[in-house]
Design a protein around this ligand. Structure first.
Ligand SMILES: [Zn+2]
Length: 84
């Protein structure tokens, strides 16, 4: 968990799996997706980009982070994800 798993270019920060989980509300599936999609940027930068592009959002009901582009209902509580 504490082993370094990612170092962004242009940055000396070393990220561990724990850091990824912390960014992602401790949701492993989101952390994995974030890790897979990283190219060179820092995880928090990509995470902010996702937010800006509306790719992720928090469920209004259970507050879990969801990859909203790929789903119509919250997989945790079943709430319909409304288009904004
Ligand atoms: Zn939910």
């Amino acid at each position: 968990m504490d082993a370094p798993c990612y170092v962004p270019e242009l940055d000396d920060t070393v990220y561990t799996k724990k850091d990824f989980l912390a960014l992602c509300n401790n949701q492993e599936e989101i952390a994995e997706e974030l890790f897979e999609q990283l190219d060179w940027q820092s995880p928090s930068t990509l995470f902010n980009e996702w937010e800006d592009m509306g790719e992720i959002g928090a469920c209004e009901e259970c507050r879990k982070i969801l990859l909203v582009f790929s789903m119509e209902k919250c997989p945790y509580c079943g709430k319909d994800i409304a288009e904004e």
